[in-house]
Design a protein around this ligand. Structure first.
Ligand SMILES: [Zn+2]
Length: 384
């Protein structure tokens, strides 16, 4: 039996912890008689060391942007408040003030959703050939990070680091910057645990297994992964018409979502049709209630599904997790999370404070039991 403790360790895609947890999940899947499919993925793993800016004898720490190339050198400082400041100051050390970093930038060519305005921003930066970029950020809107990396992307050619909004660079014309950051290519897997049914329909039950760097990711999403392993166990002796793909998605927190893309490719090549996706992300926050939200599912069906559960309430729709890529393609989706995730839970996610103390395993056990009820109901009737 897998415990929350086994899972709540820093485990970005490609890291040793990530691989160890994948082995653990595979062993468990094998013990439950599931077929294990391993889809290879190429990813970058990232390492960083102390980084800083130095000018007029005062040194401040900088945090390298995840996956940034390294940089060391002196240059002219340009403080940027508008994109014109970037355009008009080529070959310098650019400091993006809060005004420029307010909107969260999608990683370059993000596979699911990449707005053309963001492409324009990357083009402006590329054309300015910056020596490096320092971004100043406040509190992140969708996690507990403060400051947070404005760039988090292994596809960028320029080095960058981030800091808080203290006006360190104002009135500095030159500075020496060291960004100590490096990436290494590694191969890992997206695993899928398959359970064969009597007909062609497929239900996906998924929870992302990776974390960000610098967090044990207990709530986000060891909690979901633990719930997934409980559901596998709960459904073990039930007869189901549908096939089930249990998927610990590997890459929800990664700029390239490598595991997700690989799996989409896999179902396309094999002409598989997905009838329902159940995504579990950040459930069981202490003091919360289990909540599920619905996508592409009739309201009457939603009420019927909720009414048979013991502890589930209806939650808000959100489009930032692994369900989004399916929901956008009109696949029916159900997402399980904590009912107050966006009010309170979010202040812990992606930080070192996201530890097992903020997760209530009793809530997760109840969720696993309720999701079993939902799967059985969906499986027993004509759906979508
Ligand atoms: Zn998550």
């Amino acid at each position: 039996m897998i415990s929350l403790n086994d899972l709540a360790v820093e485990r970005p895609v490609g890291s040793n912890n990530n691989k160890a947890i994948m082995d653990l999940l595979c062993k468990e899947a094998q013990a439950h008689g599931l077929e294990i499919v391993k889809l290879p993925i190429e990813v970058k793993s990232w390492n960083k060391k102390y980084s800083f800016a130095e000018s007029n004898f005062r040194q401040i720490e900088l945090y390298p942007s995840p996956f940034s190339p390294s940089f060391s050198g002196e240059g002219n400082i340009t403080i940027c408040d508008t994109w014109d400041d970037v355009i008009n100051n080529p070959n310098s050390i650019l400091v993006f003030q809060e005004n420029l970093t307010k909107e969260i930038l999608m990683p370059l060519d993000f596979p699911v959703y990449f707005p053309p305005e963001h492409k324009k921003i990357y083009d402006i930066i590329q054309a300015a050939k910056p020596k490096c970029i320092i971004t100043e950020t406040g509190k992140h809107k969708m996690s507990g990070l403060q400051p947070y990396p404005y760039f988090e992307d292994g596809n960028l050619q320029f080095a960058s680091a981030y800091k808080d909004c203290e006006k360190y660079f104002v009135n500095q014309s030159k500075a020496y910057i060291e960004i100590n950051s490096e990436c290494r290519n590694t191969t890992t897997s997206q695993v899928v645990f398959k359970r064969k049914g009597y007909n062609e329909s497929i239900i996906i039950i998924c929870a992302h297994m990776d974390s960000k760097y610098g967090t044990p990711g207990a709530l986000d999403n060891a909690a979901g992964l633990y719930t997934l392993s409980k559901i596998i166990e709960n459904l073990k002796d039930d007869k189901l018409n549908s096939s089930v793909h249990y998927i610990p998605f590997n890459g929800e927190e990664n700029y390239n979502i490598p595991g997700q893309i690989k799996y989409l490719d896999y179902i396309k090549k094999n002409k598989m049709h997905i009838n329902l996706v159940i995504n579990i992300d950040s459930p069981g926050f202490c003091g919360s209630q289990n909540a599920i939200s619905f996508y592409n599912i009739e309201p009457i069906m939603q009420d019927s599904l909720i009414s048979k559960t013991k502890s589930i309430t209806k939650g808000q729709e959100w489009y930032a997790g692994d369900h989004a890529m399916f929901a956008f393609q009109q696949t029916p989706c159900i997402v399980a999370t904590s009912n107050n995730l966006f009010e309170t839970g979010i202040h812990y996610t992606h930080t070192e404070k996201d530890t097992i103390e903020i997760v209530d395993t009793k809530l997760l056990d109840e969720l696993a039991s309720d999701l079993r009820t939902i799967v059985k109901q969906v499986d027993s009737q004509e759906f979508a």
